[in-house]
Design a protein around this ligand. Structure first.
Ligand code: NAP
Length: 293
C-alpha cells in the first residue's frame, strides 16, 4: 500500500521501518528533519508526504501535534485523496479525535484511531498490540499494515473508542507501576532485599506485565526512556480530562498525577516514567538496591 508515515519518534521510526520491510511504499515526514527510515522516501512537509497516499499513519506526541500535522500549515489535509484513511497511533484525546474525524469526513476521508501498547521493544520487533476505533471495513483495509507492525488488533468500537480504551489502559499502567515503586521504596526502608521482593512478586498473584517489564530496568537503575515520563504524564492528564468530561472521579490517578508533576519539577520528564521511583526514594531517604549491588 502507499503509506505516508508522519512522526519518527521512539515508536514511529521503528513502525515505519517495519512497513518498509513488509514491502509497502512508504514516504516519511518528521518535524525535525534528518530522521530517516531505510527504504522510505522522505517528504519535506506532511502535505507532500500525503500526496497520492492511500493511508496516512500518524505517530506524534499529543493532541496538538496531531492537529498541527493534519490541519496546520502544510498539513496533510491539504492533499488527502478521497477514499484515503488516516490511522492515528498517537495517544490523544478521544473527544478531539471525534472532531478531527468529522472534519476529514467532509473530504471523504476516514479516521481510524489506532493507539498501541508494547513500547519501544514492541515497535522494534513488530509485536505491538493496537487498540482500535473505526468502521470495520476501514480496519479490514488496514490489516496488512497492522500485521507489519503488530501482533494483535482489538477493535473497541467506532472512531474514538480506541483512544478512550487506551486511556483506560494507561490509567492502570501508571497506577500499577506506582504501587510497585511504593512497595520497593517501603520494603527497602524496612531492610528488605529488592531482588528478593521482585522474585516473590513474580511467584504470587501480585505479579503483572508492568512489573515484569519494568523490574529489570529498575533493578539496574536504567531510566533511559522506553516510555518517557513526559508522555505518561500527558496520558494521565488526558485521562483526567476525559474523566471530567464524563463526570467520573478518579482519586487514585489524581494522586499519581501529583507525583508526575513533582517528578517533572525535579527535571526527570525525559527519563522513563519508571524514574518516578526516584522521587519516592528521595522522600524516604533510601535507594532501592539494584542487581549488581
Ligand atoms: P517521541 O519519541 O517523543 O516522538 C514524538 C514525535 O512527535 C516526534 O516525531 C516529534 O517530532 C513529533 N512531534 C511532537 N510535537 C509535534 C508537533 N507539534 N508537530 C509535529 N510533530 C510533532 O514519542 P513516542 O514515544 O514515539 O510516542 C509517540 C506517541 O505514541 C505518543 O502519543 C505516545 O503517547 C504514544 N505511545 C508511546 C509509547 C512508548 O512506549 N514510547 C507506547 C505507546 C504509545 P520531533 O522529532 O520534531 O520532536
Amino acid at each position: 500500500m502507499r503509506v505516508a508515515f508522519l512522526g519518527l519518534g521512539i515508536m514511529g521510526q521503528s513502525m515505519a521501518s517495519n512497513l518498509v520491510k513488509a514491502g509497502h511504499e512508504v514516504t516519511v515526514w518528521n518535524r525535525t528533519p534528518g530522521k530517516l527510515v531505510e527504504g522510505a522516501a522522505v517528504a519535506p512537509t506532511p502535505a507532500a508526504a500525503t500526496q497520492g497516499a492511500e493511508v496516512v499513519w500518524l505517530c506524534v506526541s499529543d493532541t496538538d501535534a496531531v492537529e498541527e500535522v493534519i490541519f496546520g500549515k502544510d498539513g496533510a489535509a491539504l492533499s488527502l485523496s478521497e477514499g484515503a484513511i488516516i490511522a492515528d497511533s498517537s495517544t490523544i484525546s478521544p473527544s478531539a479525535t471525534l472532531k478531527f474525524a468529522e472534519k476529514v469526513a467532509a473530504k471523504g476521508v476516514a479516521w481510524v484511531d489506532a493507539p498501541m501498547t508494547g513500547s519501544k521493544i514492541g515497535a522494534r520487533d513488530g509485536t505491538l498490540v493496537f487498540i482500535v476505533g473505526g468502521e470495520e471495513q476501514n480496519i479490514e483495509r488496514l490489516k496488512p499494515l497492522f500485521a507489519a507492525m503488530g501482533k494483535k488488533i482489538f477493535r473497541m468500537g467506532e472512531t474514538g473508542k480506541g483512544q478512550a480504551t487506551k486511556l483506560a489502559m494507561n490509567l492502570q499502567i501508571a497506577m500499577i507501576y506506582e504501587g510497585f515503586a511504593e512497595a520497593l521504596t517501603l520494603a527497602t526502608k524496612l531492610g528488605v532485599d529488592s531482588q528478593q521482593l521482585v522474585s516473590l512478586i513474580e511467584a504470587t498473584m501480585v505479579r503483572s506485565g508492568v512489573v515484569e517489564y519494568k523490574a529489570p530496568f529498575v533493578l539496574q537503575r536504567d531510566f533511559t526512556p522506553n516510555f518517557p515520563l513526559r508522555l505518561m504524564h500527558k496520558d494521565i492528564r488526558l485521562t483526567l480530562e476525559a474523566a471530567k468530561e464524563a463526570r467520573v472521579k478518579l482519586p487514585g490517578l489524581q494522586t499519581v498525577e501529583e507525583i508526575y508533576e513533582l517528578a517533572t519539577e525535579e527535571g526527570n520528564k525525559d527519563l522513563d516514567y519508571a524514574a518516578t521511583l526516584t522521587l519516592l526514594e528521595k522522600w524516604a531517604g533510601v535507594q532501592v538496591k539494584g542487581k549488581a549491588a
